[in-house]
Design a protein around this ligand. Structure first.
Ligand code: AVJ
Length: 323
């Protein structure tokens, strides 16, 4: 049962989502142009991401889903029944049902910035769990989120699958983990967090996962330009840009860029920009973590890891932590 949807997203007088506009204008004004990866996920971007997860080269979703299926009984033993499951990002209609079926929660609160996708995935989930109160919250989960009053008395289990934390530099990831602790409650509330984190591995495997042969990841990356043109009155020539994905070893991350194939100039929200051939817009980081790196990240974010599960090839980790 869907209880209601709360929207916490602002629009400015011109009708532009002001957070999106501010991020894009600030990012295009930098020497290395950069746009935060969370803006990939309009309706089309969310669909393209779902397509990415079906590509043979993109292992994370498959491996994490199999892992979760395999260990959700053990997770259930650790966390107990009657919790409010708070999912940060509502993308995964594939993984969440496994968790919910195993742990018998009191309620489910998906938080997502993309309202349309939030509603459609909440509908799907609600159909599969008709007795479960589903309370979607449309919000930016990078900041503490006030949870609906109905779940006030329920101990929380945060669920943050997909290695989305990998999109953030360490400082931002730590801020998010601390915000999650504010949202979910401190140690006295019994709050816990189940988080998926992708491992460092062979560079060829990593780069192929972000540059699939069918070109779906390229389309996902380029869709950001279409979104800017559509939602922010942009004139970016989409055909002048190419998808690039490369491993940055110093920062232990895959970087995605949009590279100008010729000199270009364009406008966004009334501001003019120019790029030389070969210049890029940095659109995503996907940080990868070794076992100790991941634990240090969690502890710095004020979460104590209690259990780590990985697949047999150690490609992907699910970590359970308490506040
Ligand atoms: C869902 C953000 C974790 O970084 O692997 C997939 C997004 N980008 N292919 C990832 C993504 C390109 C994905 N995350």
């Amino acid at each position: 049962a869907i209880v209601r949807t709360m929207s916490l997203v602002d629009a400015d007088p011109a009708g532009f989502d002001s957070d999106f506009r501010d991020d894009v204008l600030a990012g295009l004004g930098q020497r290395q142009k950069a746009i935060p990866a969370r803006w990939f996920y309009d309706t089309r971007g969310s669909e393209l991401f779902e397509d990415i997860t079906a590509q043979p080269e993109y292992y994370p979703t498959r491996v994490e889903t199999e892992l979760l299926k395999h260990v959700c009984g053990e997770v259930a033993e650790r966390v107990g029944a009657g919790r409010c499951v708070v999912e940060f990002g509502s993308g995964s209609s594939v993984k969440t049902p496994h968790l919910l079926a195993a742990i018998d929660p009191a309620s489910y609160v998906p938080i997502d910035i993309s309202g349309d996708f939030l509603r459609s995935s909440s509908d799907d989930l609600s159909a599969r769990f008709p007795d479960l109160p589903v309370i979607p919250v449309e919000a930016n989960f990078m900041k503490p989120v006030e949870l609906p009053a109905e779940v006030a008395d329920q101990p929380r289990l945060g669920f943050f699958p997909g290695s989305t934390i990998g999109n953030m530099v360490a400082r931002t990831a730590v801020d998010l983990l601390r915000s999650m602790r504010d949202t979910l409650g401190g140690p006295d509330s019994g709050a816990m967090l189940l988080i998926g984190i992708d491992r460092i591995k062979d560079i060829d495997v990593l780069e192929a996962a972000y540059d699939d042969a069918a070109g779906v990841t390229a389309a996902f990356n380029l869709n950001l330009l279409a979104r800017i043109n559509r939602e922010l009155g942009g004139t970016i020539p989409e055909d002048a840009f190419a998808h690039v994905a490369r491993w940055n070893d110093r920062f232990a991350r895959i970087e995605m860029h949009l590279e100008a194939q010729r000199d270009v100039s364009f406008e966004v929200a009334g501001q003019a920009f120019a790029m030389a051939k070969g210049e890029t817009i940095h659109t995503e980081n996907s940080h990868k973590y070794g076992p100790r790196d991941a634990n240090l990240l969690l502890r710095t974010g004020e979460w104590t890891p209690v259990e780590t599960w990985t697949d047999p090839d150690d490609r992907f980790a699910l970590i359970l932590a308490h506040a």
